[in-house]
Design a binder for this molecule. Structure first.
Ligand code: NAP
Length: 239
């Protein structure tokens, strides 16, 4: 049977591109979505090998139901891509507990919870690949995005810890930390701001969703990379 891939937040942006790329390679893709039902339905209609599943991945019960149903239908999940996320810009002194809970739940708890629900079946099969989409801001911090940066740094810490714990079960865990990628997430920037950002990037351009999807494809096919944070950022952040 083809490899079964679950992508959280597959309805738009980076997740959607990953879903299409992997479906075209012959993987059976399950693209999770929450609010963007129309885009998700279109994704399914336009692509063979893509199923869609509605679940708010910041909620344990919804994730549990989704994973249970996928295992019932496909008997396994070979690859989990924790991609769902939100971002919000606010000065630190304005951030409320509500903001904290929203961002931590959507960006960090979602990845923890989905991984926990999926990983037992991977351990039992002694095989699995987990890819977490973090961010350069988790590596170097971002002014006015402290909570988002904390969440993404947490994702990378989870990647490294799980890679160590799950290596003996033949489960590889890696992060991809994008720089700026052309999606709805960056709609908040006007053209001048985008040009200013480009000036700071050695490759002088904004990334494409396909830049991330190509790396995901490589990480799935690879057999010896684990615990790594691969930053795809045009040279914006070089550590
Ligand atoms: P996007 O275009 O805004 O898409 C976000 C996706 O996440 C949507 O499919 C959305 O689904 C989903 N999502 C959010 N909360 C969810 C929840 N609770 N349950 C299920 N799905 C949820 O953003 P993007 O740029 O593709 O971002 C994808 C990932 O890359 C995020 O983790 C983001 O932090 C990371 N990233 C992006 C950039 C960038 O420059 N674009 C840079 C670094 C990191 P619905 O619309 O269906 O709710």
């Amino acid at each position: 049977m083809n490899k079964v891939v679950l992508i959280t937040g597959g309805s738009r942006g980076i997740g959607r591109e990953i879903a299409i790329t992997l479906a075209q390679k012959g993987y059976q893709v399950i693209a999770n979505y929450n609010k963007s039902e129309e885009q998700a339905k279109k994704l399914k209609q336009e692509n063979t090998n893509i199923e869609i599943f509605k679940a708010d991945v910041s909620k344990r019960e919804e994730v549990h139901k989704m994973v249970e149903e996928i295992i019932r239908r496909y008997h396994k999940i070979d690859v989990l891509i924790n991609n769902a996320g939100i971002s919000e810009s606010k000065i630190f002194t304005d951030v409320t507990d509500e903001d904290w809970n929203k961002i931590i739940n959507n960006d960090l708890y979602s990845a923890f919870c989905t991984t926990q629900e999926v990983i037992t079946s991977m351990i039992n099969r002694k095989e699995g690949c987990i890819i977490n989409i973090s961010s350069i801001w988790g590596l170097v911090g971002s002014s006015c995005e402290t909570i988002y940066s904390i969440a993404k740094a947490g994702i990378d810490a989870m990647t490294k810890s799980l890679a160590k714990e799950m290596g003996p079960s033949n489960i590889r865990v890696n992060s991809i930390a994008p720089g700026i990628i052309d999606t709805d997430m960056n709609k908040c920037y006007n053209q001048r701001e985008i040009e200013d950002i480009k000036e700071k990037i050695p490759l002088e351009k904004i990334g494409k969703t396909s830049d991330i999807a190509k790396c995901v494809n490589w990480l799935i096919e690879d057999e010896y990379t684990t615990g790594q944070v691969i930053s795809i950022n045009g040279g914006w952040v070089i550590l």
